[in-house]
Structures are given as structure tokens and as C-alpha cells.
Design a binder for this molecule. Structure first.
Ligand code: NDP
Ligand code: OXD
Length: 314
């Protein structure tokens, strides 16, 4: 790593979260922080970022690879000047998928077990043995996006005895999980998803996919958990589908824009749970190791793993 420089493009106040583990993993690597340190653009070999300011990457003539701090890379592809000859590497690790599975299971069970009703009863000191859950065997979980994260989420629900299916572009073989593939099988998948968990990447094909047409195809009383990107959901259509009684509610971790403005009606909707993009946080030490391993592979002339396909957009 000697004579190599990595540029970190994150909010300056967060820089230490990433520089400490990177310095520990690769003591020889020079670290510079965008908007904090002066640097020569020609000296930058690698970049680590999540949502880099558009236009900066193209000013780095000797850039060899870009590492995403997250699994989703829409923040990079939103830059029309992303230099496409430079490989963009996603963060893929079981720790991230596992945290996403914990979040999805937590919110699915809160809904499935009707926990909001017990919270309300507790406030009244009322012993109400009401609100029986729907049978687990009858609560069909649909995973929208069966990639690195979706498959781990599917397995977690399967292991809790829920019937699980998944939708992806290409067919998957995951034990005990029914696979639906492509546009032709999308409606059939939706029609049997009582809890829909969205973990699709945000691409030209998936932007706005969670809209009124899609909600109409879900079974009555179904529930949405969106932990992918805010750009997938049409918030107005979602509120209308819930208020009409067709959907029973939603948990949303992602929004467009973020942070969700205080004036958004989503904050106070009684059937919507809002969390601030925390379904899974990248572990800085795991991420630092992944980036350093990637740089080492590249420097040895080996194949880089988890490289984004710019045509597909993920
Ligand atoms: P992957 O790229 O591994 O998986 C994406 C999946 O979506 C694949 O199964 C892919 O199908 C499927 N897919 C993509 N486009 C389409 C389409 N047009 N039609 C049908 N299926 C499609 O991504 P990850 O699982 O690693 O991550 C998923 C997303 O989760 C990220 O992009 C990010 O937005 C979000 N995320 C959110 C976090 C949070 O804290 N809220 C944390 C981490 C990730 P195929 O397999 O056939 O290619
Ligand atoms: C990610 C995220 O994409 O945290 O990893 O949203």
C-alpha cells in the first residue's frame, strides 16, 4: 500500500469512523478526507464513499477503483460524470445482510403479532387478551429482490416457519423458498405476498415501483416493509392505499429525500412506522477490511469481487 492514496468522501464529521479502521488495516496507505485535507487530484488512487458529490470523481485522473461504503450504489450512479472505466465495488458482507434480516423480521413480527394494539392497551393499563395474530402458516412473506441481502432475509423468515417466496430478475434456488423471476411472474408473486419486504436496488427499472398499481396487486390487508431506497416508493400512493383499507400499514426505513422532512405526513401516520435509514449500518472495521482486501487484489492483478455492472445499474 506504500505510495497509494485513498480519498474518503464522507461528511467531514464522520471521517474518523472510517480513517481509524483503515489506518489499522493498511498502515502504509495515505488517507485524505475530501473538504478537510488539501490534495492533488492526480495523487488519488482509490476512493471510499457512499454519496459522493457529483462531478468530483471525474477530476481524479489516476483513479483505480471506487469502493462503496454500502450495498446500494445509486448514490454513485446518480453522478452523470462517473468515470465508467473505473470499477465501482459494492459492500457485500454477511454482517450487513444479517442486520437487514433482523430488521425485517423485527418489523414483520411487530405487525404479525399486532404489537401496536398491546402498546396502546398498556398505556391504558388494560389487560386485553385480544388481537390474535394471523396464523404463521397463512402469512406469506414476499421478498422483493433476492440478492445478497434478500436471500438471507428469506432464509430467516423460512426458519421461523413462514411461507416465503422471492422475486428477482433471474431464478433462484434457495431451499424452502419459492422463486418468481422477471416481469412475467411479478404479478403472481405480488398476489401471494401478505408482507412484502423490498430489498431491490434503485435502478431505472425499479424507481417508483412501489406505486398504486403495485399496491392494488397485493392481497387485501397486506403490509409493506421498505428497507431498500426511498426512490422505490410513491409516498402519496402508499398513504392512499393504507387509508383506503387495502394495505394494513407499512414500515419505512428509507425516503426520498433523506432526512425525511419534519413536515412529511409519514411521521404521524398511525399505521406507518418510520426509522431513519438504520435497517443495517455498515460495520467500519468489516468495511475497512473489505476495501483493503479489494485494493490488495487489484494491486496483485487479481479479479475484483462485487463489481457493479453499469448496464444493469447494480
Ligand atoms: P444485490 O445486487 O445483491 O441484489 C439485488 C436483487 O434485486 C437481485 O436479486 C436482483 O435480481 C434483483 N433485481 C434487481 N433489479 C431487478 C428487476 N428490475 N427486476 C427483478 N429483480 C431485480 O443487492 P443487495 O441484496 O446487496 O442490496 C439490495 C439493496 O438493499 C441495496 O441496493 C440497497 O438499496 C439496500 N440496502 C439498504 C440498507 C438500509 O440500511 N436500509 C442497507 C443495505 C442495503 P438478480 O439476482 O436476478 O440479478
Ligand atoms: C446500503 C445502505 O446501501 O446502508 O448499504 O443503505
Amino acid at each position: 500500500m506504500k505510495d497509494r492514496t485513498l480519498l474518503l468522501m464522507v461528511p467531514v464529521s464522520w471521517a474518523g469512523i472510517w480513517t481509524t479502521p483503515l489506518a489499522g488495516q493498511a498502515p502504509g496507505l495515505k488517507l485524505v478526507v475530501h473538504e478537510r485535507d488539501a490534495y492533488d487530484p492526480a495523487a488519488i488512487d482509490y476512493v471510499l464513499s457512499f454519496r459522493p458529490p457529483p462531478g468530483v470523481l471525474k477530476t481524479l485522473p489516476n483513479l483505480k477503483a471506487v469502493f462503496s461504503l454500502g450495498a446500494g450504489v445509486d448514490g454513485f450512479l446518480a453522478d452523470p460524470d462517473y468515470p465508467r472505466a473505473v470499477p465501482l465495488v459494492r459492500f457485500v458482507h454477511h454482517s450487513l445482510a444479517r442486520e437487514m434480516a433482523h430488521y425485517a423480521v423485527l418489523h414483520a413480527l411487530l405487525h404479525h403479532r399486532r404489537q401496536k394494539n398491546f402498546d396502546a392497551a398498556q398505556k391504558e393499563h388494560a389487560w386485553r387478551q385480544a388481537f390474535p395474530p394471523r396464523r404463521t402458516e397463512d402469512t406469506r412473506i414476499g421478498i422483493f429482490g433476492m440478492g445478497e441481502i434478500g436471500q438471507v432475509i428469506a432464509e430467516a423468515f423460512r426458519d421461523l416457519d413462514f411461507p416465503v417466496s422471492g422475486w428477482s430478475r433471474t431464478r433462484k434456488t434457495v431451499e424452502g423458498v419459492k422463486s418468481f423471476a422477471g416481469e412475467a411472474e411479478r404479478d403472481a408473486f405480488l398476489a401471494q405476498s401478505d408482507i412484502l419486504v423490498c430489498v431491490l436496488p434503485l435502478t431505472e427499472d425499479t424507481r417508483g415501483i412501489l406505486d398504486k398499481d403495485l399496491f392494488a396487486k397485493l392481497p387485501k390487508d397486506s403490509y409493506l416493509i421498505n428497507i431498500a431506497r426511498g426512490g422505490h416508493q410513491n409516498a402519496g400512493d402508499l398513504v392512499a392505499a393504507i387509508d383506503s383499507g387495502h394495505l394494513s400499514g407499512a414500515t419505512l426505513d428509507v425516503f426520498e429525500p433523506e432526512p425525511l422532512p419534519p413536515s412529511s405526513p409519514l411521521w404521524s401516520h398511525p399505521k406507518i412506522t418510520v426509522t431513519p435509514h438504520v435497517a443495517a449500518l455498515t460495520d467500519p472495521f468489516v468495511m475497512a477490511k473489505a476495501a483493503v482486501d479489494g485494493i490488495t487484489s487489484l494491486e496483485r492483478g487479481e479479479k475484483l469481487e462485487n463489481v457493479v455492472d453499469f448496464e444493469r445499474g447494480y
